[in-house]
Design a protein around this ligand. Structure first.
Ligand code: GRF
Length: 203
């Protein structure tokens, strides 16, 4: 099977990026990470990519006049690297029209809660504060909303009385590292079909 070129957008530590790089490396996913882009010069994700010999570029939003301009640059870099699937991995910006149009139905994201509950920032803390007994994580296609796109995979984790927001986040992260590479695999093998809000898995 031909390898799919992935582009990963990350703003921070990049542990999900790592799980995708590892799955590509081991052959579990028929893909390669072709390019990592960050909007944060200090993102450890950039360092992880460089250590693995993967191209990594900091694109400074401050250098651009606005979101459209900034995303035009991101699209240019992704296209120059023949990226076919864009994976958001802790990318701390809402994706705009330009990026969405260039990669229609080819942008996915991981969110650390069971969507549609607790979208947005600090989802693990939101869940813990709310007092839910189960939370988890969601991989979904990206649309113009905040964590609203069609859901590909979810994993559930229990919330214990002894938890803190941090211990819950750790338990969720373990599952993120499983379902994100799995969702990428399904995409790369052509097994995902979007119909309206629903994603059907052809396996
Ligand atoms: C993860 O919890 C992910 O679900 C959320 O941001 C965090 C990124 O972590 N979108 P990392 O940078 O992948 O380690």
């Amino acid at each position: 099977m031909n390898k799919i070129n992935l582009g990963v957008l990350a703003s921070g530590r990049g542990s999900n990026l790592q799980s995708i790089m590892d799955a590509c490396e081991s052959g579990r996913i028929p893909a390669r990470v072709a390019m990592v882009i960050s909007d944060n010069s200090g993102a450890f994700a950039l360092e992880r990519a460089r250590r693995a010999g993967i191209k990594a570029e900091f694109i400074d939003p401050e250098d651009y006049s606005g979101k459209a301009d900034f995303e035009r640059k991101i699209v240019e870099v992704l296209q120059q690297n023949d990226v076919e699937l864009v994976c958001l991995a802790g990318y701390m910006r809402l994706v705009g029209k330009g990026l969405l149009a260039a990669f229609n139905e080819r942008i996915i994201n991981i969110h650390p809660a069971l969507l549609p509950s607790f979208p947005g920032l600090h989802a693990q803390e939101q869940a813990w504060n709310y007092g839910v007994k189960f939370s988890g994580c969601t991989v979904h296609f990206v649309d113009e909303g905040m964590d609203t796109g069609p859901i590909i995979l979810q994993a559930v984790v229990p919330v214990y009385a002894s938890d803190t927001a941090e211990t819950l986040a750790e338990r969720i992260l373990e599952q993120e590292h499983k379902i994100y590479p799995e969702a990428v695999r399904l995409f790369c093998e052509g097994k995902l079909e979007i119909k309206g809000r629903k994603v059907y898995i052809k396996e």
